[in-house]
Ligand binder design. Structure first.
Ligand code: 0A1
Ligand code: ZN
Length: 857
């Protein structure tokens, strides 16, 4: 049998829907194998479609894996039979003008392992409809530009029955919900279960009383307080910062154990992976708390940027995601430290998005085509999408940004909008022409910014040159607008030019600074003002100078980062010893008590092995992951020996007295203390880490100690006691699984991972547990790229096994193979063999086959 040719959806082929929906009524009678869904949908011809108005357009409804019991139009039963992807009702069978479509279908949530549509998780019913899951619930025009108010009736014996909007009635065995705000089907949600609520209230600034509930399984109620606090702060922040108020009387959040992604912004009923809701000091780390705060905010902020204003089609995904990430990043910066948050965000961007942009999966922030939209929930759409908004804000200024956003909400509320609409709002609010700026949305690839300079007679000139390498399907890369924030420092360390944004628009451009008394030291791309790669030949002395004196905290950190990379590159390629200047510079930061401990912790963190592979490859070397690992370990040990005294002093000084609190101040101290511990463990045989593990009363300190021990090949006793204490707590045990793979020595990595998958508690159908091992192996660079190819095979085996059950998660994890072209011929061959093996698997999902074929090129 011939495989069907993969469908390709193109932005250029967008056509408005033939019919619009005026209202939907849904009735669910829940049963694990035989859930009945009755729908009543009021359609009318779309005035923007003359063929529909003229009565010549068919009505196409999406529908997958549905058993159709009955369908009718205006009460007349339809003969039409569905095909594999939906139901077509011929124009001839449609009344002129508005009509009522009714259907009754049956679905089986219990056997839904893809976790898309209506599915079950530990006895509870829940839904995931973004991007195209609603079509697995009933027949519907499942596209975001069809928006309608929903009425939902749920019938079930389970005690808690939830849907979008406000509850309008309930009794034993049933509940009715009404969501008055028109929404696309991807924002529909339903939950039914034996749940308990952690409840609170919020009064909006115009006086609306909102009931807040976080619904969890019995026993988890005492782990909701932090998420609730984050929710209230998010609600307040959106009022204060964007003038956006909540618009229903209730806001529900539900924690689910089986979930493919982080969380979902369904209108009035956010559904979360329980990992991003549940937290207590004993079970969650400081990073977990920070992530919970960010994701709670992210989903809440979607209420305006995503729900009230949604996307016209899935190509516009960055319209809601880039903006909402930008908003949650600003929120976290306001709650914590902007400098630290910016550095962390840049670290993530470079690790995930720059990597994506440099390989076969590179795509524009707004892609022009796809086979499976689920494959485009990427670092490019999300994180680079947020960077693009940051640039826009920098270019127009804070005040104009706020005016443009006000106009955006005013103009597009209740609509499904496009990137063109978004840019037009900025053009109208500021008078700026954003034609060139739009390339950030349409062109893939990370621009390289080459910087040279000269100085003569008091005038300093910066010469900038931009170049973007070709990406799949885009050989030509015209210049983009790049806001380059620069400052100039005097040789004595004083700032002679405070931050100024240079607006680069040409391929090559020079900027002059006059009236200087000496050649300045430039601080370039302050605050990481654009997602570009700066290339500048500079001396170690100059980097050390900026590390010591730059007034911009990001650039200061970046100088240290540059030094560390330079040192590591020389250690790897030339077998050099670590430069003493670097060790001194690090020591100075470590000892500088005027600096935020969280900032110092970030400066002490060395570039990851994958970052070094990326860096070496970009510099024209063929990275050897084994050698990178060995040399980086040597650098860690050299730092530990050189700074032993200061590290010991920091370790003592940063101890946080009293009970654990998750605030940024205490977390920053713990981060610095943990960084010191990781170094000290290299020279004290694990003594301090063992003590810390023994006395830790919180997960942050316990995991720091355990990781440090595993890194030196110890920790067996601690792993056993950890397991004994937490064996019944899945979220905590996920950490235990991950640790043993992530911190395995390269030779042990695949074997450890394999042994873990043989345990009876390796519940591989649960995405969190699957990722805890299979995702972790890809994150252990030297282990994953072991010359035996063992880890490659291991990953491929598991992707092939998971794909028929959960294509979305299999496809996401397959991206681990995207860096194959960096490596030597042997490793390339080994990876390509696995890609070929996956590609040859019969019945591969659309999700995974698209990913594999893009990676194979
Ligand atoms: N919109 C959600 C992310 C999300 C996307 C897809 C999902 O299933 C395919 C689930 C969640 C967000 O940005 O948080
Ligand atoms: Zn989002």
């Amino acid at each position: 049998m011939k495989e069907a040719a993969p469908r390709t959806i193109r932005l250029a082929e967008y056509t408005p829907p033939s019919h619009l929906v005026e209202g939907v009524e849904l009735q669910f009678t829940l049963a694990p194998r035989t859930t009945r869904v009755r729908s009543a949908i009021r359609f009318r011809p779309n005035p923007a479609r003359p063929d529909a108005v003229a009565g010549t357009a068919d009505l196409r409804l999406d529908g997958e894996a549905l058993t159709l019991i009955r369908a009718a139009i205006d009460g007349t039963v339809l003969a039409a039979a569905p095909d594999a992807t939906g139901l077509t009702i011929p124009a001839a069978a449609l009344p002129a003008g508005p009509f009522l479509f009714e259907a009754e279908v049956e679905i089986a949530p219990e056997t839904n392992t893809a976790l898309e549509g209506l599915y079950m998780s530990k006895g509870m019913y829940c839904t995931q409809c973004e991007a195209e899951g609603f079509r697995k619930i009933t027949f519907y025009p499942d596209r975001p530009d069809v928006m309608a108010p929903f009425k939902v009736r749920i019938e079930s014996d389970l005690p808690v029955l939830l849907s979008n909007g406000d509850a309008v009635g309930q009794g034993p065995g049933w509940a009715e919900w009404h969501d008055p705000w028109p929404k696309p089907a991807y924002l529909f949600a339903l939950v039914a279960g034996d749940l308990v609520a952690h409840s609170d209230r919020f009064t909006t600034r115009s006086g609306r009383e909102v009931a807040l509930n976080i619904w969890v399984r019995r026993g988890d109620e005492d782990r909701c307080a932090y998420a609730m606090d984050a929710l209230k702060r998010s609600m307040k922040w959106d009022e204060d910062t964007y003038g956006r108020e909540y618009d229903l009387d209730v806001f529900n959040i539900v924690a689910v154990d089986d979930f493919n992604m982080g969380a979902m912004e369904n209108k009035g009923l956010n559904i979360f992976n329980s990992k991003y809701v549940l937290a207590s000091p004993e079970t969650a780390t400081d990073d977990d708390f920070a992530r919970i705060e960010a994701i709670i905010a992210h989903e809440y902020f979607h209420n305006w940027t995503g729900n009230r204003i949604t996307c016209r089609d899935w190509f516009q995904l960055c319209l809601k995601e880039g903006l909402t990430v930008f908003r949650d990043q600003s929120f976290s910066g306001d709650m914590r430290s902007h400098a630290v948050k910016r550095i962390e965000d840049v670290l993530t961007l470079r690790a995930r998005q720059f990597r994506e942009d440099a390989g076969p999966l590179a795509h524009p922030v707004r892609p022009a085509s796809y086979q499976e939209i689920n494959n485009f929930y990427t670092a490019t759409v999300y994180e680079k999408g947020a960077e693009v908004i940051g640039m826009l804000k920098r270019l127009v200024g804070d005040e104009a940004y706020r005016r443009a956003l006000d106009l955006y909400f005013e103009r597009h509320d209740g609509e499904a909008a496009t990137i063109e609409d978004w840019l037009k709002v900025f053009e109208d609010a500021t008078g700026r022409d954003l034609t060139q700026f739009k390339r950030w949305y349409t062109d893939a690839g990370t621009p390289h910014l080459r910087v040279t300079d000269d100085y003569r007679d008091g005038t300093y000139v910066l010469h900038l040159e931009q170049q973007t390498l070709p990406t799949p399907g885009q050989p030509e890369k015209p210049p983009r607008v790049i806001p380059v924030a620069v400052g100039l420092l005097n040789p004595n360390g004083d700032e002679v030019l405070p931050t100024r944004v240079l607006e680069m628009t040409e391929a090559r451009q020079s900027f002059s600074f006059e009236g200087l008394s000496a050649r300045p030291v430039p601080s370039i791309l302050r605050g990481f003002s654009a997602p570009v790669i700066v290339e500048r030949e500079t001396s170690a002395e100059e980097r050390a100078f900026l590390l010591a004196h730059d007034t911009d905290p990001f650039s200061r950190w970046e100088a240290g980062r540059g030094l560390a990379k330079e040192v590591l590159v020389r250690m790897v390629t030339e077998g050099a010893d670590p430069a003493p200047g670097f060790l001194e510079g690090l020591g100075a930061i470590l000892r500088d008590d005027s600096l935020d401990p969280a900032f110092r912790a970030l400066t002490l963190r060395l570039p990851s092995e994958d970052d070094m592979a990326q860096t070496l490859h970009a510099a024209g070397h063929v990275p050897d992951p084994t050698r990178i690992h060995v040399r980086r370990e040597a650098l860690i040990e050299a730092i530990a020996r050189h700074l032993a005294g200061a590290l010991g002093a920091t370790y003592s000084a940063m101890s946080v007295p009293g009970p654990y609190t998750p605030d940024a101040g205490a977390a920053g101290k713990r981060a610095l203390r943990g960084a010191a511990l990781a170094y000290l463990t290299r020279i004290d045989g694990g003594a301090a880490a063992k003590v810390q593990y023994g006395v830790a009363d919180n997960m942050t300190e316990a995991l720091q100690a355990l990781s440090a021990l595993l890194d030196i090949g110890q920790g067996a006793a601690e792993l056993a006691s950890f397991e004994a204490r937490w064996r019944d707590d899945a979220l905590v045990m996920d950490k235990w699984f991950t640790l043993q793979v992530l911190h395995a020595a390269p030779d042990d990595c695949a074997a450890n991972a394999r042994a873990l998958t043989e345990r009876s508690d390796f519940d591989w159908k649960n995405p969190n547990r699957f990722r805890s091992v299979i995702g972790a192996i890809a994150a252990n660079a030297a282990g994953f790229h072991h010359p035996s190819g063992d880890s490659y095979r291991f990953l491929a085996d598991w992707l092939i096994r998971l794909d028929p059950l959960n294509p979305q998660t299999a496809a996401r994890l397959s991206a681990a193979f995207d860096s194959w072209a960096r490596y030597d011929a042997d490793r390339q061959g080994l990876i390509r063999d696995q890609l070929a093996r996956i590609a040859a698997t019969p019945g591969l999902s659309r999700d995974l086959s698209e990913m594999i074929s893009r990676m194979r090129g």
